[in-house]
Ligand binder design. Structure first.
Ligand code: ADP
Length: 610
């Protein structure tokens, strides 16, 4: 029940109006339904010829006695004036009207439930997406991506199917049960006492199994997460799987996970199937007890229960079983869905570790320098950067080089605060970047990565990425600066051509130039080029180099490279080894030093000649 209340409080609150309408119409529906059942009593009374003929009505009031008396008076009048068959027909027509009112009201209730059901699922999806986009890069390791995907797709769907599908029952069934119980109580308080003792006992039994179901459900969703992660990895590694003839071993890996999931699902499905026979059996026991006890009451004439009222009582009671059963099934479903909600909440409640201070400073531009002061960084326990000191004058171009894994990319990721430093500080114009608004800080920086990461959209929207109203002139200027315009205008729709999934319709060099144009669109003061040319062939590299030379003017540039040809004109080169700066200077100075740089230079030369 706690989980249900959590959903109501968190997600259904915005739909308060509709929820009240739903409850209101349901209430009317249930009342009409009860009325139609109660009419069985008078019908049988007429049929058995037991209807008393009452000569005078009493003043109208909302009491059982007044309603019963006046109704009997009306039926009696019809019998006197038109005969018993006419009375039966009149009652039947009344039943039809009541049924119509019941179904119409329940439809109206559901009409207002539809936007709640679908809206809540939409809200959850939106919320999770927003959170994912917001969480720091460090949250998503490769293994976690599959799990997050599973949570966003599978778990949200599970909520849609289990919780939302049960929601209408949660809103309707309790009303049904209460109103029907009131009806039963009005007919025979004594008999109803039995029902009140037996029903909670059954509810307790069903609740215990439900709790257990939630645990198993949570395990099944975890296994589904593993399955999705495996699938995702297989899809992206398809080329390697085929090349290494690893289909068999991958198939086996998949089968093992699939089998484990199926086994858990079997347990869940069996427990779920148990809900229905369990409540049916419990219901049957209650009915038999009622029949025995109530039958006795009728025969002995105790409690003023007539045979026709007793039959109406049993008829209403049998109708009570349906919502009680559907409520217990809904309860099961709810438990299964709550396991998924827990998993989604784990993401929603993850705190973003990259925080802004209160009233952060909005930085528009910088005038003097960027400074890394004794910066250290670790991934978990693994120390990646140690005691890094760097000063970058405005307008300068610096290069970071070193072997793969030396920590260069990590260092440049610290500047836009993709990660936060573990020790030391980073300053822009003597302001700690932790005191700056993250949005304004990132606005200063243009970022070109080795993997150009384009989106399946037009050239214009890829270049003006993040700008909801792209400025066409600026898009063109950025494309020209990045030497990209030539090939863009040769495509069938020019700037409005789609570039395919991740830019699959373009060559590596073209993709890289679009990614450069994207970085230039905002005319950033700082440009970070992280291995921007490393994956290119010589011709593409030459073009991108040419473009880079142009755009470096009037900008502060940080280049990460392992090809040394890229960086010879840099004002200052920093050589990295295992997270530390081991050498710095211009190309000429470093060549003379006879140290790490020269070694890398010679290795590089060999690579080229190979
Ligand atoms: P470079 O750019 O010089 O090749 P990186 O900065 O990418 O080096 O990586 C530095 C070290 O940090 C490497 O040993 C790498 O394995 C490790 N590393 C990089 N990213 C992560 C991560 N997300 N989690 C854990 N370790 C990482």
């Amino acid at each position: 029940m706690k989980g249900f209340l959590h959903i109501v409080r968190t997600y259904i609150k915005p739909y308060k109006g509709k929820a009240f309408l739903n409850i209101g119409f349901n209430l009317l529906g249930v009342i009409f339904s009860l009325a139609s059942m109660i009419l069985i009593g008078p019908f049988l009374q007429v049929l058995f010829g037991n209807q008393e003929i009452i000569s005078d009505p009493i003043p109208w009031a909302w009491t059982k006695a007044a309603i019963q008396h006046n109704f009997s008076y009306q039926v009696g009048q019809i019998i006197v004036e038109k005969g018993e068959q006419a009375a039966l027909l009149a009652i039947s027509i009344l039943v039809v009207i009541m049924f119509f009112m019941k179904t119409a009201n329940i439809y109206l209730a559901n009409f207002f439930m539809a936007p709640i059901r679908n809206g809540v699922v939409r809200d959850i999806r939106d919320k999770v997406y927003k959170k994912i986009i917001d969480l720091p890069i460090g949250f998503f390791t490769e293994e976690k991506k599959g799990d997050v995907m599973a949570r966003v797709t599978q778990d949200v769907q599970e909520i849609e199917w289990s919780i939302m599908a049960s929601l209408e029952k949660f809103f309707r069934d309790p009303l049904n049960i209460i109103i029907f119980l009131i009806g039963l109580f009005l007919i025979s308080p004594v008999l109803t006492l039995f029902v009140l003792i037996l029903l909670p006992l059954s509810a307790l039994l069903i609740g215990t199994i439900g709790k257990n179901l939630r645990k198993t459900s949570s395990r099944s969703q975890e296994q589904m997460g593993g399955l999705m992660a495996f699938l995702e990895e297989s899809l992206s590694g398809l080329r390697i799987i085929k090349a290494f003839n690893a289909q068999k071993s991958m198939e086996e890996g998949f089968q093992i996970r699939n089998e484990a999931y199926t086994r858990t699902m079997n347990q869940i499905t069996r427990k779920r199937y148990l809900a229905s026979p369990l409540s049916e059996f419990l219901g049957a026991i209650v009915i038999v007890v009622l029949l025995a006890y109530g039958g006795n009451m009728v025969l002995s004439g105790q409690g003023g229960l007539s045979a026709s009222s007793f039959i109406a009582y049993i008829a209403i009671f049998s109708q009570l079983l349906t919502p009680a059963k559907s409520f217990s099934t809904a309860f099961y479903h709810m438990q299964k869905g709550l396991a998924s909600l827990d998993r989604i909440n784990e993401i929603l409640l993850t705190e973003n570790s990259i925080l802004e201070i209160n009233e952060p400073h909005v930085i528009q531009s910088f005038t003097d320098k960027i400074e890394f002061n004794n910066v250290g960084f670790t991934y978990g326990d693994k120390s990646v950067l140690k005691g890094i000191n760097l000063k970058i004058k405005k307008g300068a171009c610096i290069a970071l080089i070193g072997r793969s894994g030396a920590g260069k990319s990590t260092l440049v990721d610290l500047l836009p605060r993709f990660y936060d430093v573990v020790s030391g500080e980073i300053y822009i114009d003597n302001q700690n970047i932790r005191d700056l608004s993250i949005h304004s800080l990132r606005n200063l920086i243009g970022y070109v990565h080795q993997d150009s990461l384009l989106f399946n959209d037009t050239f214009t929207r890829n270049i003006a990425f993040g700008d909801m109203n792209p400025d066409v002139a600026r898009v063109q200027k950025a494309a020209q600066m990045a030497f990209a315009e030539n090939f863009i205008i040769q495509t069938s729709n020019g700037y409005e051509s789609y570039i395919g999934d991740r830019g699959s319709k373009l060559s590596g060099g073209q993709r890289q130039r679009i990614s450069l144009a994207r970085a230039l669109y905002l005319d950033p003061e700082i440009l970070i080029l992280d291995e921007a040319t490393s994956a290119l062939d010589t011709e593409s590299e030459r073009l991108v180099q040419e473009a880079l030379k142009q755009v470096r003017k009037n900008r502060t540039t940080i280049i990460v490279a392992h090809r040394l040809s890229t960086i010879q004109q840099a004002d200052q080169i920093y050589v990295f080894r295992e997270g530390e700066i081991v050498e710095k200077g211009t190309h000429e100075e470093l060549m003379k030093n006879n140290g790490e740089y020269l070694k890398l230079y010679q290795e590089n030369g060999q690579e080229k000649s190979e």
